[in-house]
Design a protein around this ligand. Structure first.
Ligand SMILES: [Zn+2]
Length: 307
């Protein structure tokens, strides 16, 4: 099995610019992903919370995803069950998991969640940075609240249906509430360690320890401001986050969540650079088995437990 990456925003980018998922100017396309050894990519749908029309915007992105699935049939395989990941690997295709970043499109309607599930949704982050009907996001700090009663119902439903829970972007109180409510391992698909870079989206040591207790994983994010507070970060600065989190909570909780197309400039130029990662991790002292855990197995363990 090849590399698993827990977050990219490429679908919303190409839905706007009209490019294809197979070959484009973005950080991620299937052509480069295949060459770089990507086995599974999460595809986020995202629209800025604006109090109206979010569902309409998200449905357009669902349609774009399905159009691209049709056009990339030879190379891209949609994931509805864990077995789909194994199948994709065995036939040499990139597996894709459809994710929703921020639940504004749901309002608090479980029927919309069910409908999106029928359309292929298998992963959900309750909030982006703002407060919504389900929970508060990290942008509401320092006085942010936790999960609402409707949010609790949606989390129970996600657990029952087999939808992955992503705790990136959520407020600190909501984070701990969600871990208490959801009885399966959680994902933090794209964030780093607060101890190394004091950004509001990074997790502090207590949050990381709670994630380890839950059995979850964190995907390491490549946006420069999440890596280093001052100066231009280098690859070693990113690897520092992997080493730090591994030492603090165990290597079995570390994965990758690039945030391709989530910002204009990332640490890597694009998905093509993932080809260097097995060697980069080896150069930092990780064994072959540990490298496989970070690149692949840790994320798959959580996905298998949920889907
Ligand atoms: Zn994000």
């Amino acid at each position: 099995m090849k590399i698993v990456d827990l977050h990219c925003d490429t679908i919303s980018s190409i839905q706007k610019n009209g490019q294809s998922l197979y070959d484009n100017d973005c950080h991620f396309d299937i052509k480069r992903a295949q060459k770089a050894g990507i086995g599974l990519q999460f595809f986020a749908m995202f629209t800025m919370p604006q109090g109206m029309n979010e569902l309409r915007q998200i449905l357009k992105q669902v349609e774009k995803y399905h159009t691209e699935l049709d056009q990339c049939q030879k190379y891209l395989h949609p994931v509805y069950t864990y077995e789909d990941i194994i199948t994709a690997d065995s036939i040499g295709k990139v597996a894709g998991i459809l994710h929703l970043e921020g639940a504004e499109a749901l309002g608090s309607d479980s029927e919309i969640l069910s409908l999106l599930y029928r359309m292929g949704l298998r992963s959900l982050g309750l909030t982006w940075n703002n407060r919504n009907l389900l929970a508060d996001g990290v942008g509401e700090e320092p006085n942010a609240g936790g999960i609402s009663s409707k949010g609790k119902e949606i989390i129970y439903l996600m657990e029952k249906m087999g939808i992955l829970l992503d705790l990136s972007h959520i407020s600190v109180k909501s984070y701990y509430d969600a871990l208490n409510i959801y009885n399966k391992p959680a994902l933090v698909t794209h964030a780093n360690a607060r101890a190394l870079c004091n950004h509001r989206r990074n997790l502090d040591d207590s949050q990381l320890k709670a994630l380890a207790e839950n059995g979850g994983v964190i995907g390491i994010n490549q946006i420069p401001e999440f890596i280093k507070e001052e100066g231009k970060p280098q690859l070693n600065d990113l690897l520092d986050h992997i080493v730090y989190i591994s030492d603090l909570i165990g290597i079995e909780h570390v994965a990758l969540g690039s945030d391709f197309d989530g910002d204009d400039v990332l640490l890597m130029a694009g998905v093509e650079e993932y080809i260097r990662w097995p060697q980069l991790l080896a150069d930092r002292g990780f064994t072959h088995a540990e490298t496989n855990m970070i690149l692949t197995e840790n994320a798959l363990r959580v996905i298998k437990a949920v889907l």
